[in-house]
Write a protein that binds this ligand. Sequence first.
Ligand code: M7G
Length: 206
Amino acid sequence: VKHPLANNWTLWFTKPPSGKGDNWNELLKEVISFDSVEDFWGIYNNITSTSQLALKSDYHLFKTGVRPEWEDPQNKHGGKWAYQFKEKKAVDIDHAWLDVMLGAIGETLEDEDDGEVMGVVVNVRKGFYRIGLWTRTVGKPIPGGGEGSHAGGKGRSTEEGKAILMKIGKNFKKTLQLKDSEQVEFSGHTDSAHAGSTRAKAKFVA
Ligand code: M7G
C-alpha cells in the first residue's frame, strides 16, 4: 500500500546551457510526477544528487499543474523566499535540498489551508547554491481571487496574508537549519522579472 501525499508533485530540471543561443524555455524540462511517499523515494534514489550536478543546473519540485516559471499565470502575483549558501563546501546541499523537498511534499512548510506553497527550487551556481520556495502571493490578496482551483488567500486581509508569508519564511529557515543570524529573503516575481534576475531587492527577511 502506498502512502498518498496531500498533493501531486512534478519534478523539473534545468540543464546547463550548451551554447549562447539556449534560452530558458529550451533548458527547462519536466522530469516526472508522483503522488505517494514511496514514489518520491523511488525517484529520489535514482536521480543525480544536487552536489553532483553541473554548474547552472536547477531542480524544481512544483505542485503538478504549476510550471516553475514567472510566466505561469498561477505565479503572476507570487514571489519566493530564498537563501544562498555562499560557502559551497561548508553546506551539505543534498541534505538541505532533501529536507526542503520533504517539507514541501509533507506539507510542513505551511498550514493546511494556506495554499501558498507552489514549489521549491535548488540552483547550482559558480559561487553558491540557492534554495528557493515559491509562494502564490506576496502577502497581499490577489485581485479577483486569482487563477487556479485553490482559493489562494481569498478573503484574507493584507495583514493576515503578510503573517502567513512570514510564518512560511520562518518554517523555511528552520527547515534549512539556518542560524538566527542568517536570513532568508523574500522578493516578488514581478521585481525579479524586471531586474532580469532573481537578485532583486529583498522585500522581507526572516
Ligand atoms: P536564476 O536561475 O533564478 O538566478 O535566474 P541566477 O541569476 O542566480 O542564475 C537566472 C536567469 O534565468 C534569469 O535572469 C532569467 O534569464 C532566467 N529565468 C529564471 N527564471 C526563474 C525564469 C522564469 O521563470 N522565466 C523566464 N523566462 N526566465 C527565467
